[in-house]
Design a protein around this ligand. Structure first.
Ligand SMILES: [Zn+2]
Ligand SMILES: [Zn+2]
Length: 329
């Protein structure tokens, strides 16, 4: 089968590889659309180490072409999306409903062959049928949307609250979309004017020209979602979070940051974090939110490229200006 192989940093080759052999508990899917994630870009750029060659890609929609002998409830021809992180299901985190932080988690396109190929295998229990009313564009954006849905849920912010989003990449934009849809006021911050325009189109406000601390105090911000990851952004999110609020760290920055415990403790500012989603509830509720027409996550897609241009798609996704980049298979 044809596959996009990451053979070296910044080098993708379209080549022929052996098709996946379906295990009894798996299905094989023919992807029709695949989204490029920040983690794909990290692998592509060589920031994140993996065993090469690797087929990247984990944000997909496609049709089932083969069903393992032990699988029930899924059939050839069904249109599906994949929840591409597979927690072990047996450790104490999984057993308490926190599969997102399972240390044994396996990730499609990182530790197993990914979706930028004619065919990809996935464990059946992480494969979700999607109704035909959801477009391919929206379906391929369900995985990052689930990250946003999980984060908003973790924040316990609700209708009428004001939240701030630092960093309007895909996850920041999708958090803005989810929060607006749930009746929250959203203040969005980014250095790129194009990203702010996208946030505004999703219903966020993009105030400029005032210091964050004053702005967030005035707006009575309940939660700051820190989605940029850059040390400076993390520091200013924490330093500017108003009395009684919380900062949820989502950006995967690896630089150390400075905080001032005195102010945080005295003013009751809490710092938390949110990573991907918990199996199976977050995917179930995310698909339902899209199916009920409440959310159109494909609003953040700015580029769609053909499969043959996979390498170019990864370069485009690496630039600061692109929103979500999709590959039509
Ligand atoms: Zn992703
Ligand atoms: Zn586990």
């Amino acid at each position: 089968m044809r596959a996009a192989l990451l053979i070296a940093p910044e080098k993708i080759e379209i080549g022929d590889v052996a098709a996946p052999v379906v295990a009894p508990t798996e299905v094989v899917i023919a992807p029709s659309r695949v989204g490029i994630c920040g983690s794909d870009v990290s692998l592509f750029r060589g920031y994140r180490k993996a065993v090469l060659p690797l087929i990247p890609g984990h944000e997909l929609v496609g049709r089932i072409v083969e069903v393992g002998s032990a699988v029930t409830g899924l059939a050839v021809g069904q249109r599906v999306v994949v929840e591409p992180n597979y927690p072990c299901g047996a450790c104490r985190f999984c057993l308490s409903g926190r599969g997102s932080i399972c240390p044994e988690k396996v990730s499609m396109g990182v530790t197993t062959a990914g979706a930028l190929a004619e065919l990809v295998a996935a464990p059946a229990r992480f494969v979700w049928p999607v109704p035909d009313s959801i477009s391919d564009e929206d379906a391929a954006t369900i995985e990052p949307l689930a990250v946003a849905v999980h984060a908003v849920l973790e924040s316990r912010a609700s209708a009428g609250d004001t939240v701030a989003v630092m960093g309007c990449g895909a996850v920041g934009l999708l958090i803005a979309q989810v929060a607006v849809q749930q009746g929250m006021r959203v203040l969005a911050h980014d250095r790129e004017a194009g990203k702010l325009a996208m946030a505004e189109a999703l219903g966020a406000e993009c105030p400029a020209g005032r210091n964050l601390a004053a702005l967030w105090l005035d707006a009575d911000v309940h939660t700051v979602f820190e989605c940029a990851g850059a040390a400076g952004a993390v520091e200013s999110a924490i330093a500017s979070a108003p009395r009684g609020s919380q900062v949820i760290l989502m950006g995967l920055g690896d630089k150390r940051v400075e905080i001032e415990p005195f102010r945080l403790v005295r003013e009751g500012v809490r710092i938390g974090s949110s990573l991907i989603y918990d199996h199976p509830d977050d995917f179930a509720r995310t698909i339902e939110m899209v199916a009920l027409n409440a959310l159109r996550p494909s609003a953040i897609v700015t580029h769609t490229l053909p499969f043959a241009s996979a390498e170019k798609a990864l370069f485009v996704a690496s630039t600061g200006e692109a929103g979500k980049v999709h590959i039509a298979m």
